[in-house]
Design a protein around this ligand. Structure first.
Ligand code: GUN
Length: 282
């Protein structure tokens, strides 16, 4: 029986810590402010943005909401970002992805000031992560580090295998595990004999976007298994990239879906916003 890593509980603890710190800042007359920009009305993005605003409310941040029409030009979006970069009362800026196809995502991300890049997507933030300098870290991988630390899972000297190489999860995850002194392997769709590699992992982090792909034969008995995926199966049940029912009995520790990695992303976004506000004070 694996230890179940409770992301709901740990994310609630983090949000409460942020709430306490935000209240202290408020006493000094500083209200932490996150600007959230959504372009178009993709239903999934609307849900994510709504949850981010709710989290801001919970921790006592001010959120500024910019809901731009699908037809907004790239220049109009860049102008808004420039205005928010200049505003002293704005601590963090988040542009919900994906943005419409007529806009260049890289250009939009690059326009956000690295000091306000609470998503950690800017090349400066990514570069700082890899060279060990202070900067914002992408929220999902940062949340996974918190899950591991707060669950007492040793990372130093351990074999960590990350499955997936996206800019938002896989790559920053690898950098973070390296920073925690793990030996890190990154696998992807072209990896030959994936199973042979994942079976070496003491800590297996899966972010491939394929429902229940990782079955028990991919996992070393006793390994910690972190599941980043979330999918809705026919019949509406949610599942991850890991076949939980068969992997849980052999894992040492595992994150459930839902209630594992998912809730950590927004908690870490709140933590990054607080950090942005605190840094400004220095
Ligand atoms: N779209 C899906 N996940 C994210 C995220 O973490 N940040 C932003 N800005 N957009 C997303």
């Amino acid at each position: 029986m694996a230890k179940i890593i409770d992301g709901k509980l740990i994310s609630a603890q983090i949000k409460d810590e942020v709430k306490e710190a935000a209240a202290k800042l408020k006493e000094q007359g500083r209200e932490v402010t996150l600007a959230v920009i959504q372009v178009g009305n993709d239903p999934a993005s609307s849900v994510y943005v709504g949850n981010k605003k709710k989290a801001c409310e919970y921790v006592g941040f001010r959120s500024l909401s910019y809901e731009l029409a699908e037809e907004t030009t790239e220049q109009e979006l860049l102008d808004l970002i420039a205005e928010l970069n200049d505003r002293a009362d704005v601590d963090g800026i988040l542009v919900q992805l994906p943005i419409p196809k007529h806009m260049d995502e890289d250009k939009v991300i690059a326009a956000i000031s690295p000091d306000k890049d609470v998503d950690g997507f800017h090349a400066v933030s990514v570069g700082h992560l890899w060279i060990g300098k202070e900067g914002f870290v992408s929220c999902t991988p940062a949340g996974i580090i918190e899950l591991l630390k707060r669950s007492g899972i040793e990372m130093s000297g351990k074999e960590c295998v990350v499955v997936g190489r996206s800019n938002i999860v896989g790559k920053p995850m690898a950098a973070l595990m390296l920073r925690e002194n793990s030996t890190v392997t990154v696998c992807h769709s072209r990896t030959t004999d994936l199973k042979e590699v994942t079976k070496r992992a003491d800590i297996l982090i899966v972010a491939i976007g394929k429902p229940q792909f990782i079955t028990a034969d991919y996992v070393k008995p006793g390994a910690t298994v972190i599941d980043v995926g979330i999918h809705r199966l026919e019949g509406k049940k949610l599942c991850g990239d890991v076949a939980y029912a068969e992997v849980e009995p052999i894992a040492g520790a595992i994150t459930p879906v839902p209630g594992g990695v998912g809730p950590m992303t927004i908690a870490m976004l709140m933590k990054n916003c607080l950090e942005a506000a605190l840094r400004k004070q220095q």
